[in-house]
Design a protein around this ligand. Structure first.
Ligand code: SF4
Length: 340
């Protein structure tokens, strides 16, 4: 065992968080957890994971689930294409692999929605293979450990990180090595203010030695998040029904959104609403909201608008029964609380 792995695994044994997906070797459950953990912190994922696994306990159940149930189980996690891809893949596993998950990184990567990181995580954690699983957290640890000062978004650096990682994987405990690296990135080698003083690998870390840990990893500027400014409307008709728009696009397909217009001025947005055929009775501001996606930010000035027509699709009090995009569910939740 290398000095690096020995220090890392000793630390992991003593300090790891007790997370539900760490009590299983079931590849299905590990797959579900890994997909949920993309873009979302472990503490947030935990109740979603428990609910999902309790409702859809195996690949067959996922393959056969109704879309509305899937979206409801995923509501709040965002990026709904992830759960749709999971279902498509579950169906392929049922049809082509007799319901048994493939067990190598290469074969897992052939499945829809399973990229190199997720394939490596399943192969190592569920099947104890020496497979590299490098997500954002692990990239950061490796880039700092090896003092990589080029952009981690470049393909050359991604390849280099793989080359650095592979020989570090412990022969006897590849599953724990993968989890330990993810854990280290999430809890110690954090994006800002890494806890280098208590880091188990600080003696081997080149960035720490050079005191450059806050400058690494370097990222491409083009990957900076894009900002969108919206005027967002809570439109209610005279019978107390909400107007929601079902989305048919890659990002939010199948989810409901409040109507919104990319604009900074309420007057322009109201005029646009009227051009779309809405008859506006009155409106009032409800405040500013913000929702951060991985690649963009929505800045939303929200207005409550009473319309005479057209009619809404469901009573305001029933809005929780449909899958509403998180960016807008936070708005309705706040209004709902104030109405109680
Ligand atoms: S010493 Fe600091 S920068 Fe290096 S891996 Fe540990 S936490 Fe990260």
């Amino acid at each position: 065992m290398s000095h690096f792995s020995s220090k890392l695994l000793t630390w992991y044994d003593e300090s790891k968080r007790d997370l539900p997906w760490r009590h299983t070797k079931d590849p299905y459950k590990i797959w579900v957890s890994e997909i949920m953990l993309q873009q979302t912190q472990a503490v947030t994922v935990m109740p979603y994971y428990e609910r999902f696994i309790n409702t859809l306990s195996d690949i067959r159940a996922l393959a056969e689930a109704d879309e509305a149930l899937l979206l409801k189980l995923w509501e709040g996690l965002g990026y709904y294409s992830r759960v749709r891809n999971m279902q498509a893949t579950a169906r392929v596993i049922m049809e082509k692999y007799d319901g048994i998950m493939p067990n190598t990184k290469a074969s897992l990567m052939k499945l829809k929605g399973i990229g190199p990181y997720t394939a490596g995580a399943i192969a190592s954690i569920a099947f104890d293979q020496k497979a590299s699983a490098i997500d954002g957290n692990v990239s950061r640890v490796l880039a700092r450990y090896a003092l990589i000062e080029d952009s981690i978004d470049s393909n050359e650096v991604k390849k280099k990180l793989e080359e650095i990682n592979l020989p570090l994987i412990d022969d006897d405990r590849p599953a724990d090595y993968t989890q330990a690296m993810i854990e280290l990135g999430a809890t110690v080698c954090r994006k800002s203010q890494p806890l280098c003083d208590i880091c188990p690998i600080n003696q081997d870390c080149k960035a720490y030695k050079a005191q450059k840990q806050s400058m690494i990893p370097v990222k491409d500027k083009k990957n900076a998040k894009k900002n969108f400014q919206y005027i967002t409307f809570v439109l209610e008709d005279e019978d107390g029904n909400l107007i929601l728009l079902k989305q048919e696009n890659r990002l939010l397909n199948g989810l409901f959104l409040l109507p919104q217009i990319e604009a900074e001025s309420i007057h322009y947005a109201i005029t646009s609403l009227e051009e779309y055929g809405y008859v506006v009775n009155n409106y009032e501001p409800l405040g500013h909201y913000r929702h951060v996606f991985t690649h963009m930010i929505w800045e939303m000035d929200v207005y409550y608008v009473k319309v005479i027509k057209p009619s809404g699709i469901l009573s305001f009090k029933d809005y929780k029964e449909v899958a509403i995009a998180t960016a807008h569910k936070q708005v309705l939740d706040k209004i709902n609380r104030s109405r109680k």
